[in-house]
Design a protein. Sequence first.
Length: 228
Amino acid sequence: MTRVSIFFALALLVFISPFILSPENNGSNDSAMPTNSVDTLYTRYNSLNLSGKLPYPIFARAMGGFHAFHFKNNQILTIIDFTKVSTERRCYVIDLKANKLLFESLVAHGKNSGVDYAQTFSNKEHSLMSSPGFYSTAETYLGKHGYSLRLDGLEKGINDHARTRAIVIHGADYVSEKFIRKIGRLGRSWGCPALPSNLNKEIIDYIKNGTCLYIHTNNQSYLAQSPI
């Protein structure tokens, strides 16, 4: 093969490799498959209009865990940003296949995790604290808080006691703009990421049955323990 032919063959390979490796051409229907391109991830972040709402490093970390763990339903990603004050919307539900931000909602943290901010975390029963990290959403049920969603923590020693602690997603009247106007802050749960009562069922029905939930914190103890 001549030098020109070799050069042409290499150039052709470089040109077609993105199409060979892309989700649309690899026999998979999963448009949320991982990519090695940071530029592609940042493009997705911008297309979701998350700038000014959710910092890019948090989105990137959530996507890293999304691909590191196995999820039954890989269409939906939920991110809770506990670096934000509780009076701000800090729960984001994203449809990765449609590339669309579905919900941007208030969400409560645990009573003993802090007042305005969630700063202290625990995996222990009766701690009344939130647990950060990656979860897989599970089954729904009707409990004392009404329609609720069980969670399975995926990070050992960090949130893997979520089910025994009954850390679930449920609706609460203290998660509302009305409560904020009256008290000056959001109400707090016993460790559950509680949602506004008027959005609870709709959000749960989107994220139930095996989707990824990531609760972010800048807590150094968590970041040092987490495998992601």
